[in-house]
Design a protein around this ligand. Structure first.
Ligand SMILES: Cc1cc2nc3c(=O)[nH]c(=O)nc-3n(C[C@H](O)[C@H](O)[C@H](O)COP(=O)(O)O)c2cc1C
Length: 213
């Protein structure tokens, strides 16, 4: 087996200079996100890991897809009754990280979380492929199920129930928005002297600071 301690890479693909960084976290995020999307070497540029704290105070983390980005924050969609949905009901704060290996960059976002509006959820749900809409109804996300066959039977039953008609948004499904209080941009540099620039919400204003790597 490979000893993970033997794995070593030099990060030298870019820099994050104080003079070049954007004035706002959103503009900086968009620059890096657009660069990631444009590069075929970055698969699923919108994959992000979201950490939550459950009612027992334990952290949990999982990957979701970033589906909305504006000055209000970052949005993902999920099952509100899932483990993450229940954790967010108990502790409405989350931290997210997007890692773009090929660019040696990560972005971290943390802050309070709230459900997006019903209109936002409606608009996104109906933009999804029909199979995904059925899947949202069919999966009691995070519950223990007896078998794969049970899931597929539920899928068939839901597909039959809605026929060719419009599939409504499941009442237990929708978006969450993390409204950032902090956003940190990390660019790998040689000798582990990476660049870290953090935007911090300070009252009504944003402060920008450099962190030691
Ligand atoms: C690349 C990738 C994208 C995913 N996107 C989503 C997503 O957008 N929403 C979602 O609920 N789960 C998504 N998942 C599944 C979650 O990682 C997780 O298994 C699921 O949401 C249940 O998490 P929970 O039990 O902590 O609530 C994705 C998984 C991967 C690997």
């Amino acid at each position: 087996m490979t000893d993970p301690a033997d794995l070593r890479r030099t990060y030298d693909r870019g820099t994050l200079d104080d003079g070049a960084v954007a004035d706002t976290w959103l503009e900086q995020f968009r620059r890096w996100f657009d660069a990631a999307v444009a590069d075929p070497a970055v698969p699923e540029a919108n994959a992000m890991q979201v950490a939550t704290i459950d009612a027992g105070g334990r952290p949990q983390v999982r990957t979701v897809l970033l589906k909305g980005l504006d000055e209000r924050g970052v949005v993902f969609f999920t099952n509100y009754d899932s483990a993450k949905g229940r954790a967010l009901a108990a502790n409405p704060y989350a931290a997210a990280v997007l890692l773009w290996h090929a660019h040696e960059r990560q972005v971290r976002v943390s802050g309070p979380v709230a459900r997006v509006s019903a209109a936002e959820t409606e608009a996104y749900f109906h933009s999804r492929p029909r199979g995904s809409q059925v899947g949202a109804w069919a999966s009691p996300q995070s519950e223990v199920i007896a078998s794969r066959a049970e899931l597929e039977a539920r899928e068939r039953e839901i597909a039959e129930r809605f026929g060719d008609g419009e599939i409504p948004v499941p009442p237990f499904w929708g978006g969450f928005r993390i409204t950032p209080e902090q956003v940190e941009f990390w660019q790998g540099r040689p000798d582990r002297l990476h660049d870290r620039i953090r935007y911090v919400l300070d009252g009504a204003d944003w402060r920008r600071e450099r962190l030691a790597p």
